[in-house]
Design a protein around this ligand. Sequence first.
Ligand SMILES: O=C(O)[C@H]1O[C@H](OP(=O)(O)OP(=O)(O)OC[C@H]2O[C@@H](n3ccc(=O)[nH]c3=O)[C@H](O)[C@@H]2O)[C@H](O)[C@@H](O)[C@@H]1O
Length: 434
Amino acid sequence: MQMSHIDDIPSTPGKFKMEKSPYFHRLRWHTSLAKLTFWPIVFLGVLFIVFFRSPSSSPLHSDPSRRSLRTYNWGGSAWEKRVRSSARVRSRNGISVLVTGAAGFVGTHVSAALKRRGDGVIGLDNFNDYYDPSLKRSRQALLERTGVFIVEGDINDSALLRKLFEVVPFTHVMHLAAQAGVRYAMENPSSYVHSNIAGLVNLLEVCKSANPQPAIVWASSSSVYGLNTKVPFSEKDRTDQPASLYAATKKAGEEIAHTYNHIYGLSLTGLRFFTVYGPWGRPDMAYFFFTKDILNGKSIPIFEAANHGTVARDFTYIDDIVKGCLAALDTAEKSTGSGGKKKRPAQLRVFNLGNTSPMPVSDLVSILERLLKVKANRNIMRLPRNGDVQFTHANISYAQRELGYKPTTDLQTGLKKFVRWYLSYYSNGKKAAE
Ligand SMILES: O=C(O)[C@H]1O[C@H](OP(=O)(O)OP(=O)(O)OC[C@H]2O[C@@H](n3ccc(=O)[nH]c3=O)[C@H](O)[C@@H]2O)[C@H](O)[C@@H](O)[C@@H]1O
């Protein structure tokens, strides 16, 4: 079989075999080398222009493991002015908070709530395309109207983080930037390591060296309970059997938090969110794409466990989660280190933020059918082995005691608000749910 010239290139120089006289061979090698190097150089040039000159159009977006290659514009006096103004505390006893993942679902709601009560807020977000970035841009526009500036950048960028702490001595960090989604972890495992592990460590490194050190509240996940069968899930239960890489990275985050608390005196509070839903939500989540697919007459896959076992979630409404986040910030004690050294023990907490009322996924679909006035085309299928667990159920007594956390929104009420938002957001003519 004739081989193309590309196939002739030795994989390693040591494997290059001489067939004719050395002179003839060298000549051929030189001409083909010239040919072979020309196109790669052109290609690299084009790559450089596309990726580094116009990051917003970069196809690298679709490969989240390489998101760190994106460049973001930050810095300069106008930028610093915007950062300072957004971070200005406007109420007595207010706090100044760096919210990572501010263009995300929970991040947007928390940022808006903090700003409303007079706290200083700076958002940080890399606007990646894990899901429709235009939704993130709409959330950004919403926050801009309330006076919150979102800095575009990645939590893996230490220079940017250090700069932010140089401009604003943040009292608190609300760390919500993450690679979310349970099932996507099988498709793109490295994006979870990049954001949930490397990004977290990078952020904690900068926080531990900041002066003063901020108190940090961050998003863990109900998924850390994994294969735990003891219900309701209590913070004391075992969390060493994650069912997905996503859960494993969140669990790793909890252990990393322990280390930074132990060595550097960082005050750290992890919040285990239970399937948060509501207006401005995430399109990759079931309640969101079920709504879209029901409206489009598409069939929706509803998972069930073995022997027609019910799959259920402790769906928690966004406003309840926001209250829990703010209470966690308000009760966070100061970090105790300085100059990168711990002075005395610091606070380390983990709370469940759930609804304590698990609902079968099929009931969620029935509520959506009623609200949308459209019958769903149900495709009942066996829970795939891709990271999902059969049920979640939060014991929230610890959060109740320490944070005064008390969820008040049932699934019916919360979904009604979501559907109202969904219909108005996507019926504005220009947008279509992707
Ligand atoms: O609680 C959490 O910590 C997690 O909650 C959600 O994860 P999940 O509960 O899997 O949320 P969905 O993807 O919206 O799934 C909700 C339910 O619908 C079911 N489902 C999902 C997709 C589908 O096609 N069909 C289906 O029946 C799932 O099995 C699950 O029981 C979030 O996506 C995670 O980022 C978050 O960390």
